[in-house]
Design a protein around this ligand. Structure first.
Ligand SMILES: Cc1cc2nc3c(=O)[nH]c(=O)nc-3n(C[C@H](O)[C@H](O)[C@H](O)COP(=O)(O)OP(=O)(O)OC[C@H]3O[C@@H](n4cnc5c(N)ncnc54)[C@H](O)[C@@H]3O)c2cc1C
Length: 544
């Protein structure tokens, strides 16, 4: 009798942020879904999103205005069809969230109307928010629905290590990725370090971003690019990884670990100042403090370097005490815990790595370039962000494209029901031993993040990128050796992924010999549409 897999499911979803939970809830209409997630289920970028979700819901707004704003921010690289899908289907997804129980802020005195915020690059007020903890409000509701769903199982403290490729299964020959197939993933239990195989008809990467590749980031610790790295290793194509968005205003304080001050603060009247109290954004863009994020981040970087300052100031006093406590209660409270009163004094801020616009290439239904593998949310490159993401379009992208992927999964699972799930091989340790000094992993981890910050940051040059590539290659070589030699734990898995993701980002940046959107290279300061108005696509052959 053929042996059965220890754990199998119709659909395996890796990650429990907005993308993972949304796709799971849609697919669970008829498929069995297993969600595995790295730590506690709510720990995700989603949970920390402050500003909100952009959608056309205001009376003075139109689909074409949102479309236009998205295309302008994307600086010539957006996929027009993907943007159209995003802006047209977005409002329905926001209403679906409201129907599911997410309580967004309402206008004061008019509870029937949503309160719509304004953020940089948006020509209208269209940011639906739950005060300044929008992501938390969404995550809480989606998680509650997923936990209560009879067809969804959720396993916490499970790190996906690598995907299971059909061609690597016993007795199968190597194949081109588009003719291969994914049958699940190997997953490490963080409490026991045991690695088990999870077999599935379809696998969804919803692992979020990779801010942790940089020394300074707004992202929580989970954002180590695991899904991007695992998908790429398996043969999926990745694109546009040079476009890391730096958020202009992260709190500069020794005790604050990556605390972001939402762009919505500037949308409501907050202003950036140099340390002598002078506004400077008027010298960089006609929209001043509401210029697109890349312009603001570069302006801050430039002012800090020119003046030799470690930070600039964000003056929130123009908002007044009332707006600070009603619209931004979380930010105001957190600042007070650090001894800062935004109603009385400007607060110190610096830019930090925030959002990865590129990712694994997908079609409009979340399919990557390998059959059986989908990607949703920040790990995916659907084409909507182009060279720069418009603020608050990412939660929206996750909602819209996760629903589409969920529908495609239902069709795939229905059509393959009669076909069994093959038995997948167990993980093989090949005599790996316990590492003698765990601390060397930490050193390499710090070094990679420092190299990325110093040489692949907000302002780049050919020489800096060449140096970054050489240094990352050394760390990757060491890590690959450690990976083969030592018994795996979650730290080594993440270190290996961070190294690969850093390498891929640098490879994309080195190919783009122009400046566009978030990619600014002083040796090629202009946009060059003739040669570079196209995505930077990487395949497995392009990188070691
Ligand atoms: C501070 C902050 C503020 C933001 N504000 C906004 C905003 O106002 N509006 C907006 O649109 N966007 C905002 N963003 C961006 C937005 O939050 C993210 O792009 C979005 O939440 C990504 O959702 P996701 O589901 O793709 O990933 P995430 O929410 O990051 O979820 C990823 C999940 O994958 C899991 N995971 C990762 N690796 C593995 C692995 N190897 N194995 C198992 N599980 C794994 C994680 O634990 C997590 O559960 C903000 C981001 C940050 C950090």
């Amino acid at each position: 009798m053929p042996r059965k897999n220890a754990i199998e499911s119709d659909v395996l979803v890796i990650g429990s942020g907005i993308a993972g939970l949304s796709v799971a809830l849609h697919a669970a209409q008829s498929a069995r879904v297993l969600v595995v997630t790295k730590v506690a289920a709510e720990e995700s970028n989603t949970n920390y999103a402050q500003g909100g979700v952009a959608a056309v819901l205001g009376e003075d707004d139109t689909i074409s205005l949102h479309e236009q704003d998205t295309l302008v921010a994307g600086d010539g690289l957006c996929d027009a069809e993907a943007v159209r899908v995003l802006v047209e289907e977005g409002p329905r997804e926001v209403l679906r969230l409201i129907g599911s129980g997410v309580r967004f802020s309402r206008e004061s005195g008019r509870p029937s109307r949503l309160s719509l915020g304004r953020e940089g690059g948006h020509s209208r007020r269209r940011i639906v928010h739950a005060k300044d903890r929008t992501g938390h409000a969404i995550e809480r509701v989606l998680l509650k629905l997923a936990r209560a769903h009879p067809k969804i199982s959720l396993l916490e403290n499970q790190t996906a290590v690598d995907l299971i490729l059909e061609s690597k299964m016993r007795g199968k020959r190597a194949r081109a990725p588009e003719r291969d197939r994914i049958w699940g993933a190997y997953v490490l239990d963080r409490k026991t370090d045991a690695i088990g195989a999870v077999a599935a008809r379809a696998t969804v990467l919803a692992t979020g971003g990779a801010g942790k590749a940089y020394l300074y980031t707004t992202n929580p610790d989970i954002a180590t690019g695991d899904g991007l790295a695992a998908g790429f290793r398996a043969g999926a194509q990745a694109a546009d990884l040079e476009f890391m968005q730096f958020h202009p205003t992260c709190l500069f304080h020794p005790e604050a670990k990556s605390f972001l001050i939402s762009e919505a603060v500037r949308g409501e009247g907050g202003r950036l100042l140099t340390l002598d109290g002078k506004p400077f954004m008027n010298r960089y863009h006609r929209l001043r403090d509401l210029a697109p994020r890349d312009v603001v981040a570069r302006a801050i970087d430039f002012e800090m370097k020119k003046r030799g300052d470690k930070y600039v100031l964000l003056d929130m006093r123009p908002l007044g005490k009332r707006l600070l406590t009603t619209r931004f209660p979380h930010i105001t409270r957190r600042l007070r815990t650090y001894g800062l009163d935004p109603a009385k004094e400007p607060i110190p801020v610096v830019p930090a790595a925030h959002y990865l616009c590129g990712g694994l290439l997908t079609d409009l239904e979340g399919r990557t370039t390998i059959p059986g593998l989908y990607a949703c949310g920040e790990v995916a490159c659907t084409g909507v962000h182009g060279a720069n993401r418009l603020a608050s379009n990412s939660l929206l992208e996750a909602l819209v494209f996760s629903r589409r992927a969920g529908m495609a999964l239902l069709r795939q699972v229905a059509s393959s029901r009669l076909e069994g799930i093959p038995q997948v091989p167990e993980w093989r340790t090949n005599g790996a031993v316990q590492a003698k000094e765990q601390v060397i992993f930490d050193h390499n981890w710090d070094a990679i993040r420092r190299v990325m910050w110093d040489y692949m940051g907000i302002v780049r040059s050919d020489e800096r990128l060449a140096r970054a590539a050489a240094m990352i290659a050394v760390f990757r070589d060491q890590t690959e050796r450690d990976y083969r030699r030592y018994r795996l734990d979650a730290d080594l898995v993440e270190l290996r992924n961070i190294g690969l993701v850093a390498d891929l980002m640098i490879a994309c940046a080195r190919r783009r010999k122009e400046s566009r959107g978030l990619h600014y290279n002083i040796d090629h300061p202009r946009r060059d549409d003739r040669r570079f108005r196209r995505d930077t696509v990487l395949t497995r052959q392009d990188v070691r």
